[in-house]
Design a protein around this ligand. Structure first.
Ligand code: PAF
Length: 311
């Protein structure tokens, strides 16, 4: 089975390194920037929950700055889009070139709207809903620290492929230790992950803390209240999300499992990169406005995160 990892930041690199250990999986890893160049030249080191080195001779690394060789086009069975929120349409177009006739794609990026963008480019019959709660960060180029074991959920979207089509990928993810499961309600899968990210990411980023610090009662209550604003929007959109009590339990569980992780938004702010706030809390605010629901906490977090990047 041939898998392409498109967008190899912290999460994409982690998935690439773990999947590279699975027999019968051939990988193409597409990266960019200093981290991508480092991987292509020297390989990839994983540390933290496991120690592993992925040599640049074991897999095919391609670079955005150089381009993907044409002989790879039309050869990929599954494309995993793991880039930043703003890259999804571009990466879906890349997937369109790389996938074979029966090939399928999924997007593990944080935020709302990614599955729709993939469907727009690839068609509904080739796109799974998906989410990941694994926590990873990059201490230096070419190195990824796996800080929190989470899970990978794949799910079906209207008109999309089902569990049978996902089986080979679910098996590979399981052998790789990426804890996959299948959901018959892909939309709920996407929303459950977004509700976690809107609660964790901006608060951890603004406070400059590892995820575990959000277990402090004051911060936890702010995170959970932010989550509940998002849950109200999801429910008005008729998404079948869990009860408030279950959401609270899931929030506590993910923060605990990723307690030593530096969340992606804090990593982005420290690196001077654009954050994913527009696909997360900003998306909640806009959908809330459309539905007539006030989301003041989310609005405040958007303003504060954006103010950090203003001159
Ligand atoms: O964005 C992140 O950092 C991750 O999605 C998560 C699960 C919140 C862990 O930090």
């Amino acid at each position: 089975m041939r898998i392409a990892i498109l967008g190899s930041g912290s999460l994409g690199s982690l998935y690439a390194a773990l999947l590279s250990q699975v027999e019968d999986v051939e990988l193409l890893i597409h990266g960019r920037g200093i981290h991508g160049a480092h991987m292509a030249a020297h390989g990839l080191q994983i540390e933290g929950l496991t120690t592993q080195f992925l040599s640049n001779k074991e897999v095919f690394f391609s670079l955005e700055e150089v381009g993907i060789p044409h002989h790879a086009f039309g050869t990929i069975d599954f494309a995993l889009l793991t880039g930043k929120a703003g890259q999804t349409t571009y990466l879906a177009e890349l997937a369109h070139q790389l996938l074979n006739f029966d090939g399928m794609a999924l997007c593990l990026s944080n935020g709302l709207g990614h599955a729709e963008q993939c469907v727009e480019v690839l068609g509904p019959h080739r796109v799974f809903a998906s989410s990941s709660t694994h926590g990873a960060w990059r201490p230096s180029p070419g190195v990824v620290h796996w800080a929190g074991k989470g899970e990978t959920v794949l799910g079906s979207l209207p008109g999309g492929p089902g569990e049978t089509e996902a089986k080979p990928l679910l098996d590979a993810l399981s052998t790789a230790g990426l804890e996959p499961s299948w959901s018959s309600d892909g939309l709920a899968t996407l929303w459950k992950k977004v509700l976690l990210n809107i609660a964790i990411n901006p608060l951890a980023a603004l406070s400059g803390v590892e995820n575990g610090a959000l277990l402090h009662p004051d911060l936890f209550s702010s995170a959970f209240s932010t989550m509940l604003e998002g849950a109200a929007v999801a429910r008005i959109e008729r998404v079948a999300i869990p009860s408030d009590a279950e959401l609270e339990q899931q929030l506590r569980q993910v923060i605990t499992a990723t307690s030593t992780n530096i969340c992606s938004m804090l990593q982005d702010i420290r690196a001077g990169r654009e954050t994913e706030i527009s696909a997360l809390n900003q998306a909640i605010v806009l959908r809330g406005e459309r539905a007539g629901i006030a989301t003041p906490l989310n609005q405040m977090l958007v303003a504060m995160i954006n103010a950090l990047r203003s001159p």
